[in-house]
Ligand binder design. Structure first.
Ligand code: BGC
Length: 767
């Protein structure tokens, strides 16, 4: 797909012109979701060209048996996949008895897709030329209701320039498969297929995990907005059920099909009551018109935007991009279901199947914490607390004891799903991100109760793991952490990855502090947790000793920390000197060549300096940034946002802006040449951070909101809202001006460029 395929618009994503080569990319870009379910932007009607079909139900997964070339002890038995679910959007169409298929028509004109991010309405329209001068215009409008999480709505309208016979058959279909399947297993067993008059229902069950999902639909037809009293003929096969309508459509008249559909699942309903639940969803909506349902949708999205929108004046490209990121994050996770999490591809593809990665804690929590009620971020932390026993079991499988916890690299239910030894066993830094998120949440919200109610147990498990995983090197007289993979996955099995060692040291110290703190503020609580976890004073001493003597590789001459032992032995050719035709290197080079190279997939040392920036002076941050950035290829979506934030902090404004565009338009402009696989949802929260923490320079320091604004030159203004400790702050920044308004009359204060200002209502300053 060519760069800038989708024209710049503040609220819309638009595609104009038919090109079958773009179908799969646009299926990703125009994906819809409402937190409970989601789908790629597949066509409703039959399409024989290349397409990647995908409909997903949040939290419904299948444990696909692990397939590896060489089994290693400790590998998980399965990889949990949120899988392609039965399809409710399908509409078969025959015109004068011939199946309509965009891939085989004579010509396609005025093809247009449009996604309105203000309300999540997706529209596809075109005119297709068929035989004998017949032209058929089709418009399909679709949305997944935010107000009714089990309901989706389609209005499908057909107009022809000649009188035609239309046979239109809306259906539900369980004859689907996953592209990604280890053993070509069957993932679903179909329990019921039913069609009656204008309704159809399929109940299917995931094999092994036994989630039952009811896929349902109801349909009605209109001509010129008037309901048609057409009797449809119900049909069903062993996998598919629907209704077929026949209609003689006069030239120039428009026939519209209103299709309501969606999913009910056993995650929310008793299995025996699923069908009734589907009927209730339909009954509640059946008397509402498309416009009435859309009005609810407008309202629900308006409420989201009210607290989450960011406006940028003077740069439509940047404006569109941030809204696309915020929109997708809200389509993926609404925070209402504590059993769900944020998958790296959300509901837009199959890659990364499982739902939860370290991405949630390292990237997503700040976004949800600031744009929603703080209980949403707490839910995300609670999710990990509820999986602590599994993390302890997981560490146990690898030989760790006494309550040491290793959280999985990838999980649905707390069990590890990842199965490449260099990541599963070695990319252990994920534990630190979970501890960091507890710290980050507490720092931001001031809510100390999470630590005593849940967090401290998590921290103890994580610190126990680090204390056991670090080993003492007699040669160095220090603790080392051997055989790891840092965030930069283009290095495997290295010794003393600085980020891992530093963050482990930080975890040990932070946990020790939290224990001491609780002992002094709530001794009974501390005693309860210590008894529950069998905590001993000897452990505390060991943690302090390990932290104190942790080895942190550095190069004194360069004045930088070392990504890992031996990093400087590599042939240090900068990325700028690589042949652009060889990039992305992960699509052109052998793995062996990548591993020997100095190229950094994603922020690694800089990830650590971003998390723990207050531990480093500006010169140190700058030396490390200047050293590592030129070797970073940013082939993980999670990378450019961290570099954007650091570049802003270091006043490297042009670089910061370039990284911002890269993170925010990663999918729209397909920087990593893979958008057809799905969108990079978790890094979209990093995009939000690169504006709020980058250009606005927001931090929480000593319980105070603090800002160091540094807007890109082209931006005339930036405004955003954040929910900080139950007060909504509206920030309006222009070049040289800072304005902050709050939604109450309480005394407030903000720190701007290091100076504290008290105010009530609002404050405006020159900066
Ligand atoms: C990154 C990981 C990340 C995963 C899911 C990988 O490419 O290297 O850090 O957790 O994608 O986003």
């Amino acid at each position: 797909m060519k760069l800038e395929h989708y024209p710049h618009h503040p609220w819309k994503i638009i595609e104009e012109g038919w090109n079958p080569d773009n179908v799969e990319a646009s299926e990703s870009i125009f994906s819809l979701g409402n937190g409970a379910m989601g789908q790629r932007a597949n066509f409703e009607e039959h399409y024989s060209g290349p397409t990647f079909q995908g409909s997903y139900v949040g939290g419904v997964y299948y444990p696909d048996k692990t397939k590896v070339g060489w089994w290693k002890n400790g590998y998980p038995e399965y990889f949990a996949k949120v899988l392609n679910a039965p399809n409710w959007i399908g509409i078969d169409l025959k015109i004068n008895g011939v199946v309509f298929d965009l891939n085989t028509v004579k010509a396609v004109k005025a093809y247009r897709r449009e996604l309105d991010m203000q309300n999540g309405l997706y529209t596809r329209a075109f005119t297709a030329e068929l035989e004998n001068g017949l032209e058929l215009s089709l418009e399909s409008q679709r949305f997944l209701s935010l107000a009714r999480p089990e309901l989706g709505v389609i209005q499908y309208s057909i107009t022809a320039n000649q009188e035609v016979n239309v046979e239109i058959s809306p259906y539900v279909d369980a004859g689907i498969s996953n592209q990604d399947s280890n053993w070509d297993d069957q993932f679903w067993a179909i329990d019921a297929v039913e069609a009656q008059a204008a309704q159809a229902y399929i109940e299917a069950q995931t094999l092994k995990t036994a989630f039952s999902v009811g896929t349902f639909m109801a349909s009605s037809l209109f001509e010129a907005q008037e309901a048609l009293a057409l009797e449809g003929a119900a049909f069903q096969t062993d996998k598919k059920a629907g209704t077929t309508y026949q209609h003689q459509l006069a030239a120039g008249k428009t026939l519209s099909l209103l299709k309501l559909g969606g999913y009910v699942s056993s995650r929310k309903h008793e299995k025996t009551a699923l069908k009734a639940a589907a009927q209730t969803v339909l009954d509640d909506a059946k008397n509402l018109s498309f416009s009435a349902l859309l009005a609810e949708q407008n309202e629900a999205w308006a409420a989201v935007w009210k607290s989450a929108d960011i406006t940028i004046e003077g740069d439509v490209k940047a404006q569109q991009a941030i809204r696309f990121n915020i929109f997708q994050l809200n389509q993926t996770y609404t925070g209402e279901d504590a059993g769900l999490n944020i998958g790296p591809k959300g509901f837009t593809g199959e890659k990364y199947g499982g739902s939860t990665y370290w991405d949630t804690e390292a990237y997503c929590i700040p976004f949800y914490m600031a744009t929603k009620n703080q209980k949403v971020a707490r839910n995300l932390l609670t999710y990990r607390y509820l999986q602590l026993d599994r993390a302890i079991e997981n560490a146990g499988k690898l030989g760790f004891t006494k309550g040491a916890a290793l959280y999985p690299m990838v999980t649905m239910n707390g069990e590890e799903c990842h199965n490449e030894w260099e990541i599963t066993f070695e990319e252990i830094h994920r534990n630190s991100a979970i501890a960091f998120a507890i710290f980050n949440y507490t720092r931001y919200t001031g809510d100390l109760s999470y630590i005593s109610e849940m967090g401290l147990e998590v921290l103890i498990g994580i610190s126990r793991f680090w204390a056991q995983r670090a080993s003492f090197s007699a040669a160095k007289n220090q603790y080392v952490i051997l055989g790891v993979t840092g965030p930069n996955e283009y290095e495997n099995n290295v010794n003393n990855n600085w980020y891992t060692n530093y963050s482990a040291q930080w975890c040990l110290r932070y946990t020790a502090e939290q224990i001491e703190q609780l002992r002094s503020t709530a001794p009974e609580e501390a005693a309860r947790i210590e008894a529950k976890t069998n905590f001993s004073e000897a452990e505390l001493e060991q943690w302090n000793k390990t932290a104190e003597q942790m080895y942190l590789p550095e190069d004194a001459a360069l004045g930088v920390v070392l990504q890992q032992d031996g990093f400087l032995d590599k042939e240090m050719v900068k990325v700028a000197d690589l042949d652009p035709k060889e990039r992305p290197i992960n699509q052109h080079w052998s793995w062996d060549r990548i591993l020997r190279s100095p190229y950094i997939k994603q922020a690694d040392v800089l990830q650590g300096m971003y998390f723990f920036e207050d531990q480093f002076d500006l010169d140190t941050l700058e030396r490390n940034f200047d050293f590592y950035e030129p070797f970073t290829v940013h082939e993980s979506s999670l990378s450019p946002c961290v570099h954007a934030i650091m570049a802003s902090k270091l006043n490297k404004n042009e670089q910061a802006y370039a990284f911002y565009l890269r993170t925010s338009r990663l999918d729209l402009d397909d920087y990593n040449a893979e958008v057809e696989e799905g969108l990079h949802i978790t890094s979209m929260a990093g995009t939000w951070m690169s504006i709020v923490e980058g250009f606005a320079g927001m931090r929480v320091i000593d319980g105070q909101l603090s800002f160091e604004p540094n807007l890109p030159e082209a931006w005339e203004g930036l405004s955003f809202k954040i929910n900080f400790r139950d007060t909504i702050y509206t920030l309006q920044l222009t070049q040289g001006r800072f304005c902050c308004t709050v939604d109450n009359e309480a005394d407030c204060s903000v720190v701007v460029r290091g100076e504290k200002h008290r105010f009530t209502g609002s404050i405006e300053l020159s900066v």
